[in-house]
Ligand binder design. Sequence first.
Ligand code: 8GT
Length: 142
Amino acid sequence: MGPIQERKHVHVTCAIIEKDDLVLAAQRSASMSLPLKWEFPGGKIDPDESCEECLQREIMEELGITVTISSALPSHTHCYTSFTVTLYPFICTIDKGEIVLHEHAAITWLAPEKLCELDWAEADLPVIETYLKDFVNPLSSR
Ligand SMILES: Nc1nc2c([nH]c(=O)n2[C@@H]2O[C@H](COP(=O)(O)OP(=O)(O)OP(=O)(O)O)[C@@H](O)[C@H]2O)c(=O)[nH]1
């Protein structure tokens, strides 16, 4: 018998980018894992890199912009069938640059309450729920 395979667990930062009361969603390309699913742009944290450094690096690589981080959402772990992901989401605004898509198939700007109409990567659903409940409509649940 071979050694027990450890399940792959990736740690990923992602940016909830806000502009004029809208939020940016990005569609994964057909050739990526989770093809054509919608996500918040971002990616895997490199060794020796902070979440914030990772976010800026990934957002520059994917969209060609820098962002200003305004708050952090709680991290969220999700088990897909073939791997586990922990998402570290940050609410951001655009700091500098014009968006150019280097990896994604498409982006769209949506009102927060319309986010749930897209076909999201499953790990993002609880993140969107927390964002809507605690950051967009914090008073409505009191
Ligand atoms: N950036 C980002 N990744 C997400 C989100 N939700 C989610 O499940 N993921 C998963 O987290 C991983 C992010 O890694 P990445 O963007 O650096 O990797 P990748 O797709 O180029 O590489 P991969 O093909 O090895 O998965 C992917 O497996 C992606 O499917 C999200 O909202 N944003």
